[in-house]
Design a protein around this ligand. Sequence first.
Ligand SMILES: [Zn+2]
Length: 212
Amino acid sequence: MDAIEKLKQGFSNFKNGYHKDHQAVYQDLIESGQKPKVAVIACSDSRVDPAIVLQMEPGDVFMIRNIANLVPPYEDNGSYHGTSAALEYAVQHLHVEHIIVLGHAHCGGIKTLFDGNKERVTGHFFVPPWMSMVEPAYLRVIATMPDASDREKHQACEQGAVLVSLENLMTFACIRKKVTEGSLRLHGWFIDIKTGELSCYHADSHTFEALG
Ligand SMILES: [Zn+2]
């Protein structure tokens, strides 16, 4: 089946199945508005759709997706900050209680760091500067893991990207204030779709530990 036809068929199935079965849920979400308690920042990667991986229901999660699940640092320059705007809406308007940065193994965005300038000359204008946010983590991996396999280096960088995002979240005054007050919690999660494992970052041990 053609890729677009497949999506149209998918919507038809949704309309006649899931939507019909969840009419009361949708009606309530329309009348009361959305009140998700969680915002998730995930990668745009087609293989790690959080709605599937985390088995969400409508209204559960305010979703933000971009290349490599990155949160840029707070910047006050009036540009088009899509991720920052979505975060601000989640925190200041929806009053989410949790923000999860959901990293993943085999991330194409992280791979571009290891591919170096090759990507830059093949028509990538926006990706390299976006991914430069993770460059300190990339350089740390290169310096400290010279004998590791490519997969180990990539994964260390993929998890480093989650930590960069967690650090950058705290550069937003509205987020820093709520975290300090205790009304907002930040989480770093990492999923490996090959093994099907989810691990969570523990700040006290500075490690990602598999969910039991
Ligand atoms: Zn990715």
